[in-house]
Design a protein around this ligand. Structure first.
Ligand SMILES: *Cc1c(COP(=O)(O)O)cnc(C)c1O
Length: 398
């Protein structure tokens, strides 16, 4: 039998798409299979009571399929360690519990994902963790809140959901660190193909891998990636790893496999998402039934300059307000054919949603509630002419 060579990637500084395909995804060392197998196992036999064949013991602690995805995620975010969870919310929960204690305060940008808002304002408030929401565009308010509340953790999402506001990550990192707080950035909307928050000063990146990373709307997942950050004397990566193991909301092997497979094509998918979203945003801008278009790639978007600086593309999400208010917006959402009426985003297929009643229903009546005339598009990778024709028909029907 010929021994297999070292199949590791022999490139000094692999680019994004090279890492996406190869990091953590080396061919199987036993058979040479190009795609590493799915280790569908809960446990691993051991040669001795305190020794292990390759370090694996029990799949809640670590599983090779999950480890492969975690390596891939860490490489793409430019971090040292990645952790894969059963959902984005499970990843958020692990981070919050790893670093916060009852009595602590979180400072969160007001325009967060609805589920993050619910997790913090409903569940964490019951456990004595208070969240102060600040307008992400108001740096003075952010600094004043940091001064007043001694927050342990600052939570930021950019571009925001569903208004697609853009926040300057480097400035927020500097403000958080000046007050001894950690900065967490939910990078779900941009994905690591367009933005790497750790390089801009964030301490930890959060993902719903359900969205662009998985990319095909066929698997739920979440991730945390951290670099060298230290929290209360311990490496943040150790705290997150312990939390993941001890609380156990891990990604299973099948889900980790699907996510890793989707992630391999993120670089090429995101180009088409960006190109289609820009064309759709420009087309909507001229339409008489549209009151307002929000897309960071448009020159008149208030966050355009920051986005151009901190992102390498403007993303696949476009929000717009319809003339005629909520009733008209709801009719448009219910009149498309190619765009599916659905929550979620980041898949190859185009989706439309009405955030005020769908993703952000839990913010109703609060200052965080999105405008009722707003629709959000997750622009897929279909032929853009078909997407525009579909929207045109829906706008005329409404
Ligand atoms: C979907 C989403 C989440 C939650 O992730 P799940 O995988 O649905 O648990 C968190 N943040 C953002 C920005 C999201 O879009």
């Amino acid at each position: 039998m010929t021994t297999l060579p070292d199949l590791g990637l022999d490139v000094v500084r692999p680019g994004f798409r090279t890492s996406a395909v190869h990091a953590g995804q080396e061919p199987c060392g036993l058979t040479g299979a190009v795609v590493p197998p799915i280790y569908q196992t809960s446990t691993f036999t051991q040669p001795g009571v305190d020794t292990f064949y390759t370090g694996y013991e029990y799949s809640r602690g670590a599983n090779p399929t999950r480890s492969g995805l975690e390596t891939q995620l860490a490489a793409l975010e430019g971090g040292a360690r990645g952790f894969a969870f059963a959902s984005g919310i499970a990843a958020e929960d692990a981070l919050l519990r790893a670093v916060l204690r009852p009595g602590d305060t979180v400072l969160a940008a007001a325009e967060t994902y609805g589920g993050t808002h619910r997790l913090l304002s409903v569940l964490y408030s019951r456990w004595g963790v208070e969240t102060v929401f600040v307008n992400p565009q108001d740096e003075t308010a952010l600094r004043a809140a940091l001064e007043d509340d001694a927050a342990k953790l600052v939570w930021l999402e950019t571009p925001t959901n569903p208004l697609l506001s853009v926040v300057d990550i480097a400035r927020w990192a500097e403000a958080a660190h000046a007050h001894g707080a950690l900065l967490a950035v939910d990078n779900t909307f941009a994905s690591p193909a367009l933005q790497t928050p750790l390089a801009l000063g964030a301490d930890v990146v959060v993902h719903s891998t359900t969205k662009y990373i998985g990319g095909h709307s066929d698997v739920l997942g979440g991730a945390l990636v951290t670099g060298e950050a230290v929290w209360e004397g311990e490496p943040l990566g150790d705290l997150l790893g312990y939390q993941q193991f001890a609380a156990g909301a891990v990604a299973g092997p099948q889900d980790a496999f699907l996510t890793a497979r989707g992630l391999k094509t993120l670089g090429v998918r995101i180009r088409q998402h960006c190109e289609n979203a820009r064309a759709v945003a420009e087309w909507l801008t001229g339409h008489r039934r549209i009151a307002r278009v929000l897309y960071p790639g448009l020159a008149d978007h208030p966050g355009h300059e920051i986005a151009a600086r901190q992102m390498s593309g403007f993303g696949g999400l476009v929000s717009f307000a319809v003339v005629g208010g909520e009733a008209a917006a709801r009719r448009v959402a219910e009149s498309t054919g190619v765009f599916g009426l659905s929550v979620s985003l980041g898949g190859v297929e185009s989706l439309i949603s009405h955030p005020a009643t769908m993703t952000h229903g839990s913010t109703r009546g609060t200052p965080q509630a999105p405008p009722a005339d707003l629709l959000r598009l997750s622009v897929g990778i279909e032929d853009v002419e078909d997407l525009i024709e579909d929207l045109d028909r829906a706008l005329l029907a409404a």
